[in-house]
Design a protein around this ligand. Sequence first.
Ligand SMILES: Nc1nc2c(ncn2[C@@H]2O[C@H](COP(=O)(O)OP(=O)(O)OP(=O)(O)O)[C@@H](O)[C@H]2O)c(=O)[nH]1
Ligand SMILES: [Mg+2]
Length: 599
Amino acid sequence: MNSSRIRNFSIIAHIDHGKSTLADRMLELTHTIEKRKMQEQVLDSMELERERGITIKMQPVRMKWVKGGEEYVLNLIDTPGHIDFSYEVSRALKAVEGSILLVDATQGVQAQTLTTLNMARESGLMIIPVVSKIDSPLARVSDVVLEVCELLGCEESDVLKVSGKTGEGVPHLLDQVIERVPAPKSPDATEHFRSIVFDFQYSNHKGVIVYVRVMNGSVKRHDQLIFKISEEKFQSLEVGIFAPDDTPVESLGAGEIGYIVTGIKQPGIASVGDTVSSVRDTIPPLSGYMSPKPVVWASIYPESQDDFNSLRMALGRLRLSDSSFSHEEEASGTLGRGFRCGFLGMLHLEIISERLRREFNLNLIVTTPSITYNVELKNGKTVTVYSPALFPEDHDIKKVYEPLVSMKIITPPLYLGPIMQSIFDHEGEVTSTENFGENRNALVLTMPLRELMRNFFDEIKSVSSGFASISYEIGEMREADVVRLDILVADEPVVAFTRVVSRRRLEEEAKLSVEKLHKVLPAQMFTLKIQGKALGRIIASETLHGMRKDVTQHMYGGDRTRKMKLWEKQKEGKKKMKELGKGNVNIPQEVFVKMMRSD
Ligand SMILES: Nc1nc2c(ncn2[C@@H]2O[C@H](COP(=O)(O)OP(=O)(O)OP(=O)(O)O)[C@@H](O)[C@H]2O)c(=O)[nH]1
Ligand SMILES: [Mg+2]
């Protein structure tokens, strides 16, 4: 393949601005996917992506397009817009020469538009500004074009307009990709094969399949290759392209995007950002990616300890399709053996635990998510705490440090008042505000990550009727005034419910947690107390009476068989419950899930 006929590009944007839908039209126009196999957001192939209507993993695909009588190969990488998956975007950007920056004509420039644009600029990519959803009755096309010009410092004529729904403007956009995105640099015939790994997946019988962008030389089946960083040698079992399903080809040459089947089955050898090259290549590896830093931590335990090994296997397997979470074995008195896991955000945590449940059929207990604290103790030692249950007692602590986030919020001025109030309630400090475009404000602020996780996103969405957008990155560590709050059931602390909370909100949080648990915990055989304990004393308490909850009480009169059925069901439900803690208190899994949820 002559590299002057190749164009590699990604689509980047704020969440829901229409990236995957635009990709659909491109796939259709280029006849990459047959019409009868077409469905909406066809590249979102994961069950969870389809259910939630969001992209979670980047997806490369190869298309053909004829311009001026010449046929070109276009490698497109669709990326996710949600901030938790920015790491996917950063990797996709390393494999391409250009990016389509999509801005929704009904929404205008949003917080993640800025973040993804900065990422693309840092990678030195050619940027094609495109306004999407121009068919929508709510579209404000000319306003949004102006906003984009202001953002990029470009001319109105540089901004393209498309509808992913009707396909309007998409053929012209494909032409412009060829016109504006530079071809990959032409190969030097003497060079050995080298490629950068930007993603991978795992197949039970093929082992690890690495997704590569070829930088130099070419690769074919049976070549002797090496992972430069892990220094592991292997023979390529197959090379291929994403068309969009894995399609074997003779060889992959410089400038191309494709996959290599490695046959490697053990975890820990392939990593994204590693260089795969010919064993004869002696130059040092290409510069890779920054490893992502987990932001949120939670412990994951199997509901039954018999499943511990299956959970270990499942986590190892998931890491082979998502290298951005971490896991490490740990043990807790009441929950047994499990894993402390690090995630890039709350949605990431939710997705991974959901995948463990669905794809591996595991029943899990996920503890309340926490962030990292650095704690200076009075005895002179410093400890890093990831798990609230290990947070030291207040009287042993000299100082606590916690991560701060730098945040950007973009909103119509109408909602500034309630947004400022929310920022204040969450200990945020606004450092600058500026007008943005016609009718929008951009706020720059800092906030403790702990407070961001206290439902800040949802709160802002709700006070701005969905019009404000947020993007953030983790900043430095700052001193914090926080204490540990334990929740006791029948006088025993339940580690999964332990949290670290702001001292000024301690009483309120204790009361909320105790009331919530009182509401969701099923009645037990005996009366027991649910208590919140901090600073060595009980600060909130509720009594759960030991009556059998009569599941039939809401039914009037007659139908005895229906009642019997419900009682039977209740008995079964009890059998399923796990006995946790010494007090023989049954805490079913749903209770852990309900306690984790913010609503
Ligand atoms: N009217 C109209 N709606 C569109 C258009 N493109 C996308 N949508 C709708 O916008 C929503 C989001 O579309 P997606 O293509 O999934 O957006 P995305 O940018 O891929 O979203 P993420 O990958 O989750 O960031 C869906 O409900 C689409 O039907 C368009 O051109 N016109
Ligand atoms: Mg998408």
